[in-house]
Design a binder for this molecule. Structure first.
Ligand code: AMP
Ligand code: TRP
Length: 358
């Protein structure tokens, strides 16, 4: 049995603590505002109410060309940021995907249940492969969503662990299709080999599921596509951070009002403000009635700074103590492995692999 989290998590109606699993790639020197509002903030709050598993997905990060030393550094920076945002290694299992080899093993089994055409329909694959060109597009990029399905289903609560126990996956809107594929593969496995996996539920925050680029408010804020001026990094220095918000594209007129069609820039800033402060968009519109964009942006810049400065400072401190980070990861890998190994034992047996005996 895996250890129960040391802080009591809220049980559901059936008396079982729901489980949460999510992952993020270590493919940048810092997470960005979209990652924070779309996913990571939920990771932190859900550790209090769920049996939580969060992984830094370095196997996914090598689906595009990478430099080994950079990957190693970014993996540590990613873990440090997660802890700095408030993940508590005693309450949540924080680990690095490659340290739990069952992820790759289950991905193989699931890939043998996935249609070639089905994988080819994934829109993220189509976007990414069109950027890489045929020469740069690897088979790993193609099977990326299947590895993601394995990440999730490995942590499927066992039937004996509580009937109807949920498996929730906090992610941004762009991951919806991958979650659908994961459910399809879970159902297919269950149908062919017997009830094994719980169907995971995407947990997508209503207001902040798609934060857009500050310079191109119709495009997603993205580490690969946004220009440096369009993206706010969590670890950004205060000066540039403030400037980027002050220079964010706003629209003609001067009214701070929500209008996705005509005022995509202001609408994005309102969403960010609302999510960070926990104030409704309607209340913000009233607060800034007649005030103009300047004051609105200045206040928003302050709010972003107040949120990210302590996270930046804590991250830098954590990076100074690599031995501590390594200890956290070893502890996390140990806890994740217990669950992953149990799931894989069941999977191997159901699929018909001969056990090694004892
Ligand atoms: P990625 O940066 O693509 O590895 O994404 C990590 C997590 O952040 C995923 O759950 C994404 O859905 C989420 N995410 C990425 N970009 C955004 C965005 N612009 N707005 C909201 N969520 C995002
Ligand atoms: N594909 C996800 C992204 O780009 C990252 C990811 C990998 C993930 N494995 C996961 C997210 C498992 C949730 C659950 O953001």
């Amino acid at each position: 049995m895996s250890e129960a989290p040391s802080t009591p998590a809220a049980a559901d109606a059936a008396g079982a603590v729901p489980r949460v699993l999510s992952g993020i790639q270590p493919t940048a020197d810092s997470f960005h505002l979209g990652n924070y509002l779309g996913a990571l903030r939920q990771w932190v709050s859900m550790q209090d109410t769920h049996d939580a598993y969060y992984c830094v997905v370095d196997l996914h990060a090598i689906t595009i060309e990478h430099d080994p030393a950079t990957l190693r550094r970014r993996t540590k920076v990613a873990v440090a940021q997660l802890l700095a945002m408030g993940l508590d290694p005693d309450r949540a299992t924080v680990f690095v995907q490659s340290q739990v080899p069952e992820h790759a093993e289950l991905a193989w089994v699931l890939s043998c249940l996935t249609g070639f055409g089905e994988a080819g329909r994934m829109t993220q694959f189509k976007d990414k492969s069109s950027k890489q060109g045929t020469g740069g597009t690897t088979v790993g990029l193609f099977t990326y969503p299947i590895l993601q399905a394995a990440d999730i289903l490995l942590y499927s609560p066992e039937p004996g662990e509580g009937e109807g126990r949920a498996l929730r996956v906090p992610v941004g809107e762009d991951q919806r299709q991958h979650l659908e594929l994961t459910r399809t593969l879970a159902q297919r496995f269950n149908h062919r080999f017997g009830e094994t996996f719980v169907l995971p539920e995407a947990h997508i925050p209503p207001g902040a599921a798609k934060i857009t680029d500050l310079q191109e408010p119709d495009a997603k804020m993205s580490k690969s596509a946004s220009s440096p001026q369009g993206i706010i990094d969590v670890l950004e220095e205060p000066g540039p951070m403030r400037k980027k918000i002050m220079r964010a594209v706003t629209d003609t007129g001067s009214e701070v009002v929500y209008d996705e069609e005509k005022k995509a820039g202001v609408t994005n800033l309102l969403r960010i403000y609302s999510a960070l402060e926990g104030t409704s968009v309607a209340d913000l519109e009233r607060r800034y009635e007649g005030a103009g964009y300047g004051q609105f942006k200045k206040d928003l810049a302050q709010l972003v700074l107040d949120t990210f400065t302590p996270i930046r400072e804590r991250t830098l401190k954590l990076l100074d103590d690599e031995a501590r980070l390594d200890r956290v990861l070893a502890h996390g890998a140990g806890r994740a492995s217990e669950v992953a190994a149990r799931t894989m034992d069941v999977v191997r047996d159901r699929v018909g692999f001969v056990g090694r005996g004892s």
